[in-house]
Design a protein around this ligand. Sequence first.
Ligand SMILES: [Fe+2]
Ligand SMILES: [Fe+2]
Length: 272
Amino acid sequence: MSAEASPDLFELAWRGGATEARLHRRRPGIDELPWGSIDLAAYDAAYLLEARRVWSHGVFTEYASAAAFSALTTAMMECGAPVDLVAASGDIVVDELFHVELSSRLVMELGGAIPIAFDLANIAPAPSAARPLLRAAEIALVTSCVGESLSVPAIARSRMLAREPLARGVLDRLLVDEGPHARLGFWFLGWASARLSDAERAALATMALDAIEVYAPLWQAPCDACPAPTAIAGTDAIGKADMRDAVIHLIARPLARFGIELDGLRLAGLVA
Ligand SMILES: [Fe+2]
Ligand SMILES: [Fe+2]
């Protein structure tokens, strides 16, 4: 990716040297992946273009996740959350930045990224006037309890379908990390829920449904490129069913245990 950041195009820079070495000491293994092993001539142009689109979008979502966990880390410090929990959130920021590196290198192997128009000034969760505890709960809910809980089944299905060893290696690495990313929000609610009011828990329930609705096209919309380029990237009908299942079993039911009860009718409509 480019070394120059432009205000309206999503581009990444890389410094190298001591900072790269530090990241790879903390997150080893990237050089052992089978870089250079994809025979691009084995795929037709449309298939490869779609794989580049999927992985380019993946780079962007990894970067946005890093920004969201960074905001969550700050919000948790502002409400006095347990120090080890805050440390886990800060560490997840580095996981996500490592995922950015993995996904970027993969998309470069495929021929480069597809341009994504986005102003990085808007990459973090929108500012909120909520008190710090509720602010942290909002970000934990949307980013971890909803977003990461949906990425686990999506990545798992992509991994199962992938045929390219490099794609499998990258997806394996993402999958190992995403489980704890999805649990962090519930760990936070385990500490915070008794400190939230009934009205705040009701507002969080609506926010969870709004967040699920944003993701719903992933399992509801007819796909633009069928079949997906699953040897390298992408999911299928089973992956979409797994995401619907995750909405109920990995999001709605665990949230209810913390007094965040999602409206049943609206929920049923979203997973229909
Ligand atoms: Fe990630
Ligand atoms: Fe993640």
